[in-house]
Design a protein around this ligand. Structure first.
Ligand code: NAD
Ligand code: LMR
Length: 338
């Protein structure tokens, strides 16, 4: 197979025979949509992650080139490429974490929901493959609209009898990354020292930064609250407009996806105290899915943190967020149940 020049191809597992399946420790990770704007830098960063022993790169185009390129990096993970639907199952067998950035991105003037018609079907097909080939994998959904694609994934898994709410996570980490950056700028701090919880969902008003819970503890003027909330909620649109038709956030997204995937892998390894925001099946509100802080462990989402005390501004924002989120969740569920 010209895509996969691993040592197996030259008839051995290497002279010292210690790299079978990528070494004794580390996790097997697949990226679906690996040749895309997010997929390529995400593949690069995952190849650098010491917790990854095997990295499968799947796309419907261009994986031979991306795989060949990435596989020359002198880091531990063994990289294999898979091209086209007929290789999807092979790409998924044995995987412990599957990251999904497959699908079309926005252009200026579009909402994330405008991507539904194309991306819903893509996510459905990929999740059918996961249910069949690696039903126990942790799944990180990046494809937009996340508020609908996560419910779609859940419905596919339910249909297949494999749904475990602890293992399905919508990636909202970019909202947290942006919030940390913008808040740090206002406070004059290093973003690495700032922690902003962002709850709700991943589109417009459903993105709800809890500025009253920022760490280190601080206060903002009403003007700062308006500025920060608006900038965090519209960070994606800011990038879409700057790219002017060439797509949406890819580099900061790859960074955020790896930060999140690494947290999932540290949880799987058994590290304690791994807590990140994610869009998951949840009872934190009356909605079936909601993003909030979750504790990640050996079985995936092991604990969902409550929202904590909200101020009046945040309570108003929460009501708006829930209204839009309810409709987006229902749209995803209906797509599969119809
Ligand atoms: P892109 O067009 O650059 O790449 C998408 C890749 O998906 C392409 O390589 C394409 O070939 C592949 N693809 C299409 N159909 C596929 C299928 N059936 N199976 C496998 N792969 C398939 O887009 P991008 O900029 O990488 O964005 C990808 C998605 O991520 C978009 O939906 C975008 O809106 C979303 N996104 C989400 C967040 C977030 O915070 N969750 C952030 C940024 C982008
Ligand atoms: C983002 O927040 O950057 C992504 O959801 C992409 C987009 O369409 O804005």
């Amino acid at each position: 197979d010209p895509q996969n020049h691993q040592m197996e191809d030259i008839g051995s597992l290497g002279r010292l025979n210690c790299r079978a399946k990528g070494g004794a420790s580390g996790f097997k990770v697949a990226i679906l949509g690996a040749a895309g704007g997010i997929g390529q830098p995400l593949a690069l960063l995952m190849k650098m992650n010491p917790l990854v022993s095997v990295l499968h790169l799947y796309d419907v185009v261009n994986t031979p080139g991306v795989t060949s390129d990435i596989s020359h990096m002198d880091t531990g993970a063994v990289v294999r490429g898979f091209l086209g639907q007929q290789q999807l199952e092979e790409a998924l067998i044995g995987m412990e974490l599957v990251i999904i950035p497959a699908g079309v991105p926005r252009k200026p003037g579009m909402t994330r929901d405008d991507l539904f018609n194309i991306n819903a079907g893509i996510v459905k097909t990929l999740c059918e493959g996961i249910a069949k080939c690696c039903p126990n994998a942790i799944v990180n959904v990046i494809s937009n609209p996340v508020n609908s694609t996560v419910p779609i994934a859940a419905e596919v898994f339910k249909k297949a009898g494999t749904f475990d709410p602890k293992r399905l996570l919508g990636v909202t980490m970019l909202d947290v990354v942006r919030a940390n950056t913008f808040v740090a700028e206002v406070l004059g701090l290093d973003p690495r020292d700032v922690d902003v919880p962002v709850v709700g969902g991943h589109a417009g008003v459903t993105i709800l930064p809890l500025l009253s819970q920022v760490k280190p503890s601080c206060s903002f003027t009403p003007k700062e609250v308006d500025y920060l909330t608006d900038r965090i909620q519209n960070g994606g649109t800011e990038v879409v407009e700057a790219k002017a038709g060439a797509g949406s956030a890819t580099l900061s997204m790859a960074y955020a996806a790896v930060k999140f995937a690494d947290a999932c892998l540290r949880g799987l390894r058994g590290d304690s105290g791994v807590v990140e925001c994610a869009f998951v099946a949840s009872q934190v509100t009356e909605l079936p899915f909601f993003a909030s802080k979750v504790r990640l462990g050996r079985t995936g989402v092991e604990e969902i943190h409550p929202l904590g005390p909200l101020n009046e501004y945040e309570r108003t924002g929460l009501e708006k967020a829930k209204k839009e989120l309810a409709a987006s969740i229902q749209k995803g569920v209906t797509f599969i149940r119809k």
